[in-house]
Ligand binder design. Sequence first.
Ligand code: CDP
Length: 313
Amino acid sequence: VKPAGSAGCFQFPIIKSVSMQSDTALSPAAVLANCEGAADRSPWKLLTECCDPPRMFAVTKQNSPLGKVMWYDGEFYHSHTVNNETYPLFVQENPLQLPLKKCAVVGNGGILRGSKCGKDIDRADFIMRCNLPPLSKEYLEDVGTKTHLVTANPSIIENRFQNLLWSRKHFVDSMKVYGTSYIYMPAFSMSPGTNPSLRAYYALADASANLTMLFANPEFLRSVGKFWKARNVHAKRLSTGLFMVSLALALCKEVTVYGFWPFAIDLDEQPVSHHYYDNILPYKWFHTMPEEFVQLWHLHKSGTLRMRVGRCP
Ligand code: CDP
């Protein structure tokens, strides 16, 4: 699908018949109705104003000096005061050479399966992926091979790697598929996530792994959450993918997004799994991906980003 770039609402016939996988609060009719409200034509500029992504997206020595109190964004009344244990783990400053040129943000939607978008994705200068997704051989044609930044939720460390309390080898080996990328962890979003994130840092550092750990700055995550709340995304928490698209819009000259499709059928009305690698649905009320999709669609329509939802040429 190419960005229309026109002022009118994009005609999206299939949306009339798709069913929402993860949220029923927004009906297909509401999706279409929402389409009329696409007035905000330069959200990335506003995002830059509100949230200062280049300086704030990661916790750095520059924005989080010793003694700074960081308030967790995912829960109330919890904070971490930067101390002699945590300060040395932060990068000095934003390590990215800005602006990035062509960026690809790869969501994990099942729409990617059979898309043959791998080559297209790999052509980007900077590729962002979510939640340590599988990049095994069977998926490469559809999702590509390269990664420059990949997010990792502490819950993945807990569920997939026994919280790194035992052997760390499996974790370190599993990270090799992401090459020399940045691993972006919300270590200071929920207090139970801090220790697993710090263990992930040490596991990689001790193994002299090629990846660089970046801790997501809770101040940044909170301000991006507020930004989207003011634009009709009413989730308890934004999906990882929307955080990444927001970041990409601020850091990159051109953004293409893949694998964002929170619906149960595709454009040909064929069933689509939730992820390209499984069909495990998210917790019902946690994210509102269809609401997020509407926003992404507006951005696509206005030419702010390009969204791929079918097969790549
Ligand atoms: O952890 P979370 O549920 O946020 O993400 P995920 O399931 O690992 O997928 C990564 C991102 O892809 C999500 O955060 C969504 O933004 C996007 N996604 C989508 O748009 N449609 C889907 N069916 C699945 C994921």
